[in-house]
Design a protein around this ligand. Structure first.
Ligand code: FE2
Length: 160
């Protein structure tokens, strides 16, 4: 086990904080409360969280989904609504902050399952109407199913 080391807080607090957690997805998730606590304790500091590529993959893929859908909306002559202020009111999944790691992961899993249902319904609705958008929805659906599997596997290895 690593020994804890006392750090002296410089006058004015820390300006830059780096958290390095390159191990498994579970360890990365376990480190999140520390990262949030550091962000709250030092709101003026630049906080960098280095994680294993595998864990960052989910976040990157979600951004890619948003980019691909926005691109398709433009191709169809529409204008994607990218306003972050109204994002939560337009979301299919409700944001619920869990009070424990297991609760947070369960909420994540619920959100992934809602996304899966939504993409499946959209793809079914597009059948015979727009094969290109239907294919896009099915590709995103497949990735969301992988996300749910990843979180499910993580939860299976944890205790309440
Ligand atoms: Fe996802």
């Amino acid at each position: 086990m690593a020994r804890a080391r006392v750090l002296h807080v410089p006058l004015g607090g820390f300006q830059k904080i780096a958290v390095l957690r390159l191990s498994s997805l579970g360890d990365v998730v376990l480190t999140l409360p520390v990262v949030h606590a550091l962000a709250r304790a030092y709101p003026g500091a630049k906080l960098t969280y280095w994680v294993k590529e595998e864990f960052a993959e989910h976040a990157t893929q979600e951004q890619e989904h948003a980019d691909r859908i926005a691109e398709r909306i433009v191709q169809l002559g529409g204008e994607p609504d990218l306003n972050p202020d109204t994002l939560t009111s337009r979301s299919h999944a409700e944001y619920v902050e869990g009070s424990s790691l297991v609760e947070m992961l369960r909420e994540d899993l619920i959100a992934e399952r809602i996304a899966i249902d939504s993409y499946r319904e959209i793809a079914e609705w597009l059948h015979g109407k727009d094969p290109t958008t239907k294919r896009l929805m099915e590709e995103i659906l497949a990735v969301e199913e992988e996300h749910a599997d990843d979180i499910n596997s993580l939860l299976a290895g944890m205790k309440d």
